[in-house]
Design a protein around this ligand. Structure first.
Ligand code: AKG
Length: 303
């Protein structure tokens, strides 16, 4: 089974595996403090997330959106290390008459900080850096940069997962993600959903189903909270937190920037070490690429 492109099935997934009501809203601070309070830090340690309105000013949001458009249209000096992925629906050769702008066919763009100073600056925003220092300590490194576009009508799901299942940094607890809304991110168009406290359960088996993901039957959807954010709002979240986003079948796009950071004491690990964290029944249950000659076997999910 791969990514779902049939809208009926996508809607079924949206209703069955995600919260669809604003009443399941997580805690979102009304303003961004210069420094996080002790209560905020403890909230992050206990739940695995911290959400706040207004990290970016409207002019900064506009600048980020222009930078993304320039990237997608390749209007800036290009570097092939930057990756662009189309929505599976369009990649599979389908068309949607409601969508004429090529930007609205893109699912994600990543590894752009090396050529896009406007987006690199946001990843080291002067209001963000002190919070990261409070949460993972000084001397952290940025390890990943990405824009998740979630276009209208055909925006695909990012199934429930832990980000550390994809990464090669350890200890896993030293990884933190930052997700910044550039459009209104709503329950309808696929805002982030998280399950508070799941980061404390440690690494969990991931399998290649619709994506590399936690099996649906193991996701505690009833405990999930939604994190709707206005443009410029931010979610900080542990690399071990269970999170996902439903398909976007609405007419609104939902652009977001996502950066990850590793604490100063983190180091890169081998696939063998990763398999030590993400395993099930003695086989590899993580999301990194496996060389068939490595002697590491992928775990197969038995429902
Ligand atoms: O923004 C999204 O739709 C999902 C982001 C995410 O969880 C990821 O890329 O790991």
């Amino acid at each position: 089974m791969g990514t779902v492109i049939d809208p009926v099935e996508a809607d079924r997934i949206r209703r069955r595996l995600y919260r669809t009501d604003e009443s399941a809203r997580g805690r979102i601070l009304e303003t961004c403090p210069d420094r996080l309070s002790e209560e905020d830090v403890q909230f992050y340690r206990g739940t695995g997330y911290l959400a706040m309105k207004g990290l970016l000013r409207p002019s900064e949001v506009d600048e980020a959106k222009s930078a993304l458009s320039d990237l997608m249209a390749k209007r800036i000096a290009w570097d092939d290390r930057v990756k662009v992925q189309e929505e599976p629906y369009y990649r599979d050769g389908h068309a949607d008459e409601r969508v004429t702008d090529p930007e609205l066919r893109v699912r994600k763009v990543w590894e752009f900080c090396q050529i896009e100073p406007r987006l690199q600056r946001i990843g080291f925003h002067p209001r963000l850096v002190p919070w990261l220092e409070q949460l993972v300590g000084p001397g952290f490194r940025m390890t990943q940069d990405m824009a998740l576009i979630k276009p209208p009508f055909r925006g695909s799901e990012k199934p429930w997962h832990q980000d550390t299942a994809y990464f090669d940094w350890m200890p896993l607890e030293g990884i933190i993600g930052v997700w910044i809304a550039l459009d209104p991110a709503t329950v309808e168009n696929g805002c982030m959903q998280v399950i508070p406290g799941t980061h404390l359960l440690g690494p969990a088996g991931h399998f290649h189903l619709r994506d590399c993901q936690l099996p649906d039957a193991r996701v505690q959807v009833s405990r999930a909270v939604v994190i709707p954010l206005d443009p410029g709002g931010i979610l900080l979240f542990s690399g071990l937190l269970h999170h996902g986003t439903p398909p976007n079948l609405s007419g609104d796009r939902r652009r977001a920037l996502q950066y990850h950071y590793a604490a100063a004491h983190c180091r890169q690990m081998t696939l063998d070490e990763h398999a030590g964290f993400f395993n099930e029944g003695g086989a590899y249950a993580g999301c990194r690429r496996v060389d068939p000659k490595s002697g590491i076997h992928r775990a197969v999910y038995e429902a």
